[in-house]
Design a binder for this molecule. Structure first.
Ligand code: SAH
Length: 217
């Protein structure tokens, strides 16, 4: 069962988590504000209620995870989201990251390849707070050509490489943030599509994500 009450205790724990994330180097106030606005314990079974505001990843259904809060903040900061941007997310999972982007006033389009997780989110009342958020069941390697191009693309699973179709769906000036396999971990990469069509690549820290897999399940 999901908890539905956001108590003063939860808000206090959330505030402490946001300060912890700030002290680890996240400086973008719009990201920190969004992290403060989304009750992370709503995204986990009530069994995790006491630990939902620790900076840890947790299991959700189908062997998948809700990412570390720090990782969500890190990716959101690199993405440089501005209000009304069209943002494509690969790997809806718990939908926590999607809600953080929606709190930053992005128009979120998020794809999940696991039917069970997609269905769970369709029955998740909290998501009705974000009427512009659209969730899709499909293979993220394909992107959403009919809804693109996008200002931003965010991949939240460990990718074997940079999926060409996702690059094609980026607007000129658009940014993609994607963790790419590098040995046993993933290297966080940021790709910027220049106005002349060229691609600029930047490398950041390493993280551990569940794998980005082909096809639907
Ligand atoms: N953004 C999520 C992170 C979930 S973990 C959150 O905030 O909770 C990554 C998710 O990516 C998993 O749910 C996994 O099923 C999904 N995934 C992996 N490969 C995918 C693909 N090719 N297309 C869409 N989703 C994918």
């Amino acid at each position: 069962m999901r908890p539905t009450e956001d108590s003063y205790r939860h808000k206090g724990l959330r505030k402490a988590l946001v300060e912890q994330i700030r002290s680890k180097g996240i400086t973008d106030e719009s990201v920190l504000q969004a992290m403060m606005a989304v009750p992370r314990h709503f995204f986990l079974d009530s069994a995790f209620d006491n630990v939902a505001y620790e900076d840890r990843a947790f299991p959700i259904a189908e062997g998948q995870t809700i990412s570390h809060p720090y990782t969500v903040a890190y990716q959101s900061q690199l993405l440089q989201v501005k209000p009304f941007m069209r943002v494509l997310e690969i790997g809806t999972g718990s939908a926590f990251q999607a809600c953080v982007l929606a709190e930053m006033k992005a128009m979120v389009f998020s794809i999940e390849r696991q039917k069970q997780l997609f269905d769970d989110n369709r029955n998740f009342p909290f998501l009705r707070n974000y009427p512009s958020m659209r969730l899709f069941f499909g293979d993220g390697f394909q992107g959403l050509p009919t809804y693109g191009p996008f200002d931003r693309v965010l991949v939240t699973a460990g990718a074997p490489g940079i999926p060409e179709k996702l690059v094609e769906q980026l607007k000129p000036g658009g940014i993609m943030v994607i963790p790419v396999n590098d040995g046993d971990a993933q290297r966080m990469m940021r790709l910027t599509r220049r106005q002349d069509g060229g691609i600029e690549e930047e490398r950041f820290d390493t993280f551990n994500f569940v794998p980005m897999l082909e096809g639907k399940r």
